[in-house]
Ligand binder design. Structure first.
Ligand code: DX5
Ligand code: ZN
Length: 228
C-alpha cells in the first residue's frame, strides 16, 4: 500500500511534537526524519535526542531516519535506542556497506540504502535481499524545497523491476520535490512510499483541527488515480 512520509525538515521546529501529531492525525503514515551533519551534506539538522524526544512526546508512528552523515556506524545504536523504526544510509558514506546493514539489523531496526540522483544501482545486486527499503533521492541531499529531478523516474522503474523479479518485500521510497502535481507519475514508476517536506508543511491550515488534512487528502486523491 502507498505510504506518505512527511519530512519534518520543513516543519516548525519550535513546536515539533505538535507538528508530528498534526501530520499523523491528518492521515500521514510515517515520519521522515532527516539527519544532516555539515560534512556528508552541507547542512546541519537533528540527531538522536530529537528522535527520543518525539517518542517521549508520544509519537507511535514509524520514524524513518534518513542518515546523511559520514561516518555512519557510530551513530546507529544511538538512533536505535532513540526509537528509530527505519534507518537508511547512503552507500558513499560507509566504508563497509554490508557491515552497516548488519549493524542496523542487529540493533533491531529496519534497514534501507539511499541512492543519490547520479549514484548507480549496482550495489543492489548484493544487498537487495537484505533491505527493507530502497530510497531514491530525487534531489541532491541537503535541503528541502528543491526541484524534482526527472531522470529518477527511470531509476524507480528499474528498481521496481528488480524488487518484483526477486520477489522482495522491500519498500521503494522517493525523496525530494514530491507534491500533488507529480506524486501520481512517481507512483506509476513503481514507488510506494513518498517523502514530502515542503509540499506538506507549507500547507498548514490553522482553521482545520487537523492542520494538514487538505494537503494529505490531495496527495491521496492523486495516488488513487495512479495506474498500476
Ligand atoms: C533532502 C531531504 C528531504 C527533504 C525533502 O536532503 O532528504 O527529505 O526534506 O524536502 P522536499 O519535499 O521539500 O523536497
Ligand atoms: Zn530525506
Amino acid at each position: 500500500m502507498y505510504q506518505i512520509a512527511p519530512s519534518i525538515l520543513s516543519a516548525n521546529f519550535a513546536r515539533l511534537g505538535e507538528e508530528v501529531d498534526d501530520v499523523i492525525a491528518s492521515g500521514a503514515d510515517i515520519v521522515h526524519f532527516d539527519v544532516m551533519d555539515n560534512h556528508y551534506v552541507p547542512n546541519l539538522t537533528i540527531g538522536p535526542l530529537v528522535c527520543e524526544a518525539l517518542r517521549k512526546h508520544g509519537v507511535t508512528a514509524a520514524i524513518d531516519v534518513h542518515l546523511m552523515v559520514k561516518p555512519v556506524d557510530r551513530i546507529i545504536p544511538d538512533f536505535a535506542k532513540a526509537g528509530a523504526t527505519y534507518i537508511t544510509f547512503h552507500p558513499e558514506a560507509s566504508e563497509h556497506i554490508d557491515r552497516t546493514i548488519g549493524l542496523i539489523k542487529e540493533n533491531g531496526c529496519k534497514v534501507g540504502l539511499v541512492f543519490n540522483p547520479s549514484t548507480p544501482l549496482e550495489i543492489l545486486e548484493y544487498t537487495l535481499p537484505k533491505l527493507d527499503m530502497v530510497l531514491l533521492m530525487s534531489v541532491n541531499p541537503g535541503f528541502g524545497g528543491q526541484k524534482f529531478i526527472p531522470h529518477v523516474l527511470d531509476k524507480a522503474r528499474k528498481v521496481r523491476k528488480m524488487i518484483d523479479a526477486g520477489g522482495h518485500t522491500c519498500r521503494l521510497e522517493i525523496d525530494g520535490g514530491v507534491g500533488p502535481t507529480n506524486i501520481r507519475e512517481v507512483a506509476e514508476a513503481g514507488v510506494d512510499t513518498f517523502v514530502a517536506g515542503s509540499a506538506v508543511f507549507s500547507k498548514r491550515n490553522m482553521q482545520d483541527k487537523n492542520r494538514y488534512n487538505t494537503v494529505i487528502a490531495e496527495l491521496r486523491a492523486e495516488l488513487a488515480k495512479a495506474k498500476k
